[in-house]
Design a protein around this ligand. Structure first.
Ligand code: HEC
Length: 175
């Protein structure tokens, strides 16, 4: 870099050279300003585009079919989405289920799959003060550990799997 600039100033008149340098400085400045925006776009690109209609996201993320059995595993997994910290599910074998959110027994009868999808993706769009974490959002999150930055908590396939399982929970009754 330094060597290149030296040979340049020999070949080009001083005024032109100063001009070039000013352009370079402005470029660096703009680059610095634009960088956070560029990073944000890169992060957002990790998300499949989706459209919210009313309080629902009618189309499956990335058009992926959900698998209810995998969704059940994700909901019960205490190292991932950690749903059981806040919710009860109709699975009697699971100890220590939470009570901060509604009991998910019967959720498939109360809500459509499209409404469930919206609540998982980002419930805060319906209720800004909600405790329910956004599982498919990458911006405006706080305290995200470095390895997880720019990634949603659940990916599109996992969201669809969870939607598929919750949609089967039509019954209020617990086993
Ligand atoms: C930190 C607590 C918390 C966690 C963790 C959490 N939720 Fe929730 N969830 C809530 C609360 C509270 C509500 C009630 C809606 C509101 O307050 O906006 C809710 C609402 C819901 C609803 C809508 C239920 C209804 O009857 O309207 C669904 C579905 C849901 N959560 C699924 C999940 C799943 C699946 C997970 C894990 C991937 C999860 N939640 C993790 C707190 C949580």
């Amino acid at each position: 870099m330094r060597a290149a600039r030296k040979s340049y100033s020999v070949a080009v008149p001083a005024a032109a050279c100063a001009n070039k340098r000013r352009t370079l400085a402005v470029g660096v400045l703009l680059g610095g300003l634009l960088l956070p925006g560029a990073l944000k776009t890169a992060a957002a690109e990790q998300l499949a585009p989706f459209e919210i209609v009313g309080d629902a996201i009618p189309l499956a993320l990335d058009g992926l079919p959900g698998d209810a059995e995998r969704g059940r595993v994700i909901v019960l997994d205490r190292t991932g989405g950690n749903c059981l910290i806040c919710h009860k599910v109709p699975v009697a074998s699971e100890p220590f289920q939470g009570e901060l959110g509604p009991d998910l027994a019967g959720v498939g009868g109360r809500l459509t799959a499209a409404q469930i999808r919206q609540r998982l993706v980002d419930q805060s769009r319906l209720d800004r003060a909600t405790l329910m974490p956004p599982y498919y959002r990458v911006d405006n999150l706080t305290r995200v550990a470095a390895p997880f930055q720019g990634k949603p908590v659940l990916n599109a396939q996992q969201i669809e799997d969870v939607v598929a399982w919750l949609a089967t929970l039509k019954d209020q009754e617990r086993p």
